[in-house]
Write a new protein. Structure first.
Length: 459
């Protein structure tokens, strides 16, 4: 697939890196020559210097025959204009724009139409990160929570703790521990950072990262088998009152006590007027006296979401040391995430990885409706739709134990209409089923996609 990426910032460069691994023809456009040079030294992509919305620049970049344009510059206006120009001049089939301003998003049902701005998909990194953090607060103890099938199925990653009912037991014992009517499938286990493909005789060990798939309503019951049941989150402290902090406070304040610490006095005043129940404090979130004064030891979740990685790391580590039950930190530099997570900070969040996940489904070759990048991009979970029949499909009309999956791939669940079928060997895939798969080795993603492409003579 020929793809133009407009903007070589953190999101654009991370996206280019992901897509080149999958053998796409990538061209990156940016006005900064030095940034493009650095990108070329790191990955094999074509680059074009110039303004991302200028027709001449888009032509030089190959806009005439591009299959997709992804505009992720720092300017909403440039991104939207580039999509409109690509539609008018080149009839580019798919156009995606990063749009952050709430003023545009509040009118999205009128603006982002083919005869208006011609944006086929708009992404808001701030909203993606907000939703991601919200799901982690909804499930205390989870390392990662991702949705499939319009929220009917969830894949959750948790760390197995000493004393959990399933720790030290084989996976085939899982059904015996679950309440009647509750079912789940362990999709993958990471032990000391390395993946283990789960089998019936696999034994869960303390500190294992366990990813399981289940119907949304059963998630808490299954988490209780792997770790001590965490108390519901009642008190949250946010470091940073920017776009993410404000959105998160708005989503939480109706049912959780929220405090925001914002350094900038004018911004603190503005967001205090916008929020209804949250407490807004003007100060430094890395100030020990301030955190002690605000009873940090009673906080269930401390979340650092400023634009400064160092400030986020320092304030989250300090909050954890002073007694916060859980500390989350936003990390913009992807290379920092692995260094930080698992230290004093419980979870490090990468906005780039979250945004890339939202985009990946649009570049898949089969009918893939959702993609989630996991383990900082090393693994993926995808939702693919099965089409055809037994003669034209490698999966339709076959039991799960008959399907030859690529190495390191497991099927977690099958969604048929409103019914969620947890993956067991005798489940037969039917046409239009949504199949949830976990791929340990991202290089195998293309092989998985080929499974769901219809053709002839597959019998």
């Amino acid at each position: 697939m020929k793809i133009l990426i407009l903007g070589a910032g953190q999101v654009g460069s991370t996206l280019a890196e992901h897509l080149t691994i999958e053998n796409n023809d990538i061209t990156v456009v940016d006005s900064n020559a030095q940034v493009l040079q650095t990108l070329r030294e790191r990955i094999d992509v074509r680059t074009v210097q110039g303004h991302a919305a200028h027709p001449e620049v888009l032509r030089r970049a190959g806009g005439d025959d591009a299959d997709m344009l992804i505009a992720v510059t720092s300017s909403d206006e440039t991104n939207m204009l580039a999509c409109r120009i690509a539609q008018t001049l080149f009839r580019t089939p798919t156009k995606i724009a990063r749009v952050r301003a709430v003023e545009y998003l509040s009118e999205e049902d009128k603006l982002f139409l083919p005869d208006a701005l011609a944006v086929d998909m708009r992404i808001s990194p701030e909203q993606i990160v907000t939703d991601y953090i919200y799901s982690l607060i909804e499930y205390p103890g989870a390392l990662q929570v991702v949705d499939f099938a319009d929220g009917r199925v969830r894949l959750v990653g948790v760390k197995a703790y000493y004393g959990g009912p399933l720790v030290g037991q084989q996976l085939r014992e899982l059904p015996k521990h679950l309440p009647k009517g509750v079912d789940a499938r362990v999709a993958a286990i990471y032990r000391r950072g390395k993946p283990i493909i789960p089998e019936g005789d696999t034994v869960i060990e303390t500190e294992d990262e366990v990813f399981f798939v289940a119907a949304r309503k059963h998630i808490l019951d299954i988490m209780a088998e792997l770790r001590r049941r965490d108390q519901p989150v009642k008190r949250v402290m946010l470091a940073g009152g920017g776009r993410i902090g404000r959105r998160l406070a708005t989503a939480l304040e109706s049912h959780v006590q929220v405090k925001i610490i914002e350094r900038d006095r004018d911004r603190a005043k503005r967001i205090s007027e916008m929020l209804n129940h949250s407490i807004v404090l003007c100060g430094d979130a890395a100030s020990e006296p301030l955190l002690r004064e605000e009873n940090i030891q009673d906080i269930d979740v401390f979340c650092a979401v400023t634009n400064d990685d160092e400030a986020n790391v320092l304030s989250a580590m300090l909050a954890k040391r002073l007694g916060a039950r859980k500390a989350l930190s936003l990390i913009n530099r992807v290379s920092y995430v692995d260094l930080v997570e698992g230290t004093a900070i419980d979870i490090a969040l990468s906005p780039q990885q979250a945004t890339v996940s939202a985009l990946l489904a649009h570049v898949r070759r089969a009918d893939v409706v959702k993609v989630h990048s996991l383990r900082r991009g090393a693994a993926e979970a995808i939702e693919a739709v099965a089409h055809g029949d037994r003669n034209t499909s490698r999966v339709v009309g076959r039991r799960l134990d008959e399907i030859k999956l690529p190495p390191g791939t497991t099927i977690g669940a099958v969604v048929r209409g409103s019914e969620v079928l947890i993956a067991h060997r005798d489940v037969v895939i039917e046409a239009n089923d949504h199949v949830i798969l976990f791929i340990v080795d991202k290089k195998r993603t293309h092989d998985v996609e080929k499974l769901f492409q219809i053709g002839f003579a597959f019998i």
